[in-house]
Design a protein around this ligand. Sequence first.
Ligand code: LRH
Ligand code: MN
Ligand code: MN
Length: 430
Amino acid sequence: MTEQLISADIVERENASRQAALKRDYEALGDQLSRRGIAIDEIKKKVASFGVAIPSWGVGTGGTRFARFPGGGEPRDIFDKIEDCAVIAQLTRATPTVSLHIPWDKADPTRLKQAASRFGLGFDAMNSNTFSDAKDQKLSYKYGSLSHADAAVRKQAVEHNLECIEIGKTLGSRALTVWIGDGSNFPGQVNFAKAFRRYLDAMQEIYAELPDGWRLFTEHKMYEPAFYSTVVQDWGTNYLIAQELGPKAYCLVDLGHHAPNVNIEMIVSRLIQFGKLGGFHFNDSKYGDDDLDTGSIDPYRLFLIFNELVDAELSGARGFDPAHMLDQSHNVTDPIESLMLSAAEVQRAYAQALLVDRKALACFQDDNDALMATQTLKAAYRTDVEPILAMARSEKGGAIDPVAVYRAAGYRRKVTAQRPAVVSGGGGIV
Ligand code: LRH
Ligand code: MN
Ligand code: MN
């Protein structure tokens, strides 16, 4: 029996007050879906087995380039972060794993593993950090890391990634995500081709040390912190990297890392088609790498991405096994509440995409019936699948309304009394 930080009595009491209404809503939706030839229980089963990883850095309050306003009861270290992740997992039953960032979360790996197993949590991809200087680090990453002109800096960055793999091996992680901030702020500052060559050579060294069964995810990002050029700036470069490195290398798509209006769902489709989609960092964005809550700005885009994912899942696309992770920064909300809602948004998009009448869609596409094709997607997207998500949660012992239970339990109040205010938190600004 795993430990629970929110009392089961509170979950039961809160669920009891919502159970009858949920049952009615679920049955009504079931009726509606069965008229469309869809078995609601099948959708619920798929939703129930769908998980998304919580980024350890997401449970702290973030900041901007200008300021950081700490929240109450912020986690003091990775062990507090794991507890916050356990609350999210307990109430949503949708977030079975945590994704660690090294060195922010550096601690004895055996202790880390024990801390997570207390709550039945596992570990998702390990994230390396060569985009900022750690305390007592010998050489600086101010002018880059894996693509740095100085071989000694590149060596240090490679070794850091190898250390992340080592830690991940003890934790049971199966992937390493590499995002670098390398680039330039002025035309002429770096030679594009030479910098990319140096990066590829350094990545080859990391790739060579990947244990069996591991995958290497590279994450592209258009700009920031480099504002003129970035070494791994877009999905095209990312695809080249994955191709150059080999079969264990895949592209990771962070939704906020593209120019506004870029057709991300089409990028996803391309990567699937050529067997190189590694996974996601879900979040939302209005302007840049805003790290806003998933689905808070453009839920239709999230649905369209899942439409591609479900299409691949149903058609058995080669090598299709994307990792799902959140990557958000919370400045004005309680991070636990935001992450719980974001996990549900990801599941919602998945459930809605499962409702698309794919046979009808293919016919409309073949007939060049643009209007009916797009209406087919809209019919799925317009369906309120909340009863499916809530039923899946409650049947697994989670909360019908996670935020209501979380607030009723007073978890934030409790940890605010226990944890002194954090003055500066790692990982809040990126
Ligand atoms: C870079 C990024 C990357 C980092 C995280 C903290 O913007 O998305 O995934 O590891 O933020
Ligand atoms: Mn990211
Ligand atoms: Mn980002």
